[in-house]
Design a protein around this ligand. Structure first.
Ligand code: SAM
Ligand code: SF4
Length: 349
């Protein structure tokens, strides 16, 4: 049966015991990647999932249909690097045909975006988030272990030209490597019309190198930016993970591109300013495991249920049960916090 025409369970929404409603689903398309960012995975890569473990397009469509029937409204495709999977545009066009039509976005390192942006937009992709931590070619090479900065910049320009806007740029700052570059990154983003967000380094790296003392906090980023820019906090952020700041003044102001919501910069401070209270996210790993918290240890095996012939109603019940058990918070700052077994690249960021 075609997923688009299958009847969907529509009874209710996904509410957890803390009153949060899950409406945003991140689907990881692969755990593989074309880069080796030092804060994410080791130089030699990881033990990748076997192909048979990874959900097929049909399986993703089937599960997406069930999630939409349960009130999910936005789907973000991620990885690993989602664009290393074959046929992403085809998958997007099928997701775009589902009803209610989800808002579709993609988180990518943009290595392969220049050639694909237009086709992805035509297929129904609404927006992209591109990860880029530095504008310096040498530093990019040492941070990602690949000399591919030019490809990322070309990918960003192609995304903007294809109308995948607002084009958001995510940067992780490391104290010794690129913290001092934060103002330059912001000036560049304002001049190019991209929305820059700084993400705190999280205890999700494959090599468990993260430490609380070693990570750059939101306070530190704001202090560094404050030397060059005048920032004003934007009051309401709803479910968005980024705390937003209006950029009132700064270097080369005359060259800033006019942006719909004004000139802004965001900070995603999952560690120092957790936003678990407003979390509306769910994650489906490339091998079909549902996670209600990025940092949790619980997974619900939707792939096995699917492959053993579960009905839509049975899948929906598994999802509801998992959501009801969503923890109140990630507990990174609590004694006894234990980093999840899977790194960020294998969960889906
Ligand atoms: N490969 C794609 C990319 O880099 O955009 C998508 C997956 S990646 C895991 C998603 C986001 O997670 C990226 O913005 C990346 O910088 C971020 N990330 C990876 N490891 C991280 C960590 N340990 N802490 C914070 N952010 C991390
Ligand atoms: Fe790949 Fe993204 Fe991890 Fe970098 S952050 S290694 S691009 S998955």
């Amino acid at each position: 049966m075609s997923p688009a025409t299958e009847s969907t369970p529509s009874d209710g929404v996904l509410l957890d015991t803390f009153g949060r409603r899950a409406e945003d689903l991140r689907i990881s398309l692969t755990d593989k990647c074309s880069l080796r960012c030092t804060y994410c995975m080791p130089a030699e890569g990881l033990a990748w999932l076997p192909a048979t473990a990874v959900l097929s397009d049909d399986e993703i469509l089937r599960l997406a249909t069930v999630f939409l029937g349960l009130g999910v409204r936005t789907i973000r495709l991620t990885g690993g690097e989602p664009l290393v999977r074959a046929g992403v545009a085809g998958l997007i066009s099928r997701l775009a045909q589902l009803r209610p039509r989800p808002e579709l976005s993609l988180t990518t390192n943009a290595i392969a975006l220049a050639d694909k942006a237009e086709e992805l937009a035509r297929s129904g992709l609404n927006r992209v988030n591109v990860s880029l931590d530095t504008l310096d070619r040498e530093r990019f090479h040492s941070l990602t272990r690949r000399d591919r900065l030019a490809d990322v910049l070309a990918g960003l320009a192609a995304a903007q030209a294809a109308g995948l806007s607002p084009v958001k740029v995510n940067a992780v700052l490391m104290r010794e490597q690129n913290l001092a570059e934060a103002p330059r990154l912001l000036a560049w983003a304002l001049g190019a019309g991209y929305q820059l967000r700084f993400i705190e380094h999280m205890p999700l790296d494959a090599e468990h190198l993260w430490t609380m003392e070693g990570m750059v906090t939101a306070d530190e980023v704001l202090e560094v930016l404050g030397r060059d820019f005048e920032l004003r906090p934007v009051a309401h952020r709803g479910h968005a993970p980024a705390e937003e700041f209006e950029v009132l003044d700064g270097p080369d102001r005359a060259g800033w591109v006019a942006a719909p919501g004004g000139h802004r910069v965001g900070i995603i401070a999952s560690v120092s300013r957790p936003f678990c209270r407003d979390c509306d996210r769910l994650r489906l790993t490339a091998d079909g495991q549902l996670r209600t918290c990025l940092f949790g240890h619980q997974e619900t095996d939707l792939r096995s249920a699917l492959r053993q012939g579960a009905t839509d109603a049975e899948l929906a019940e598994l999802i509801r049960v998992a959501v009801r058990a969503k923890p109140a918070g990630h507990g990174i700052n609590a004694p006894g916090f234990r980093q999840p077994e899977r790194p960020m690249s294998a969960i889906g960021g």
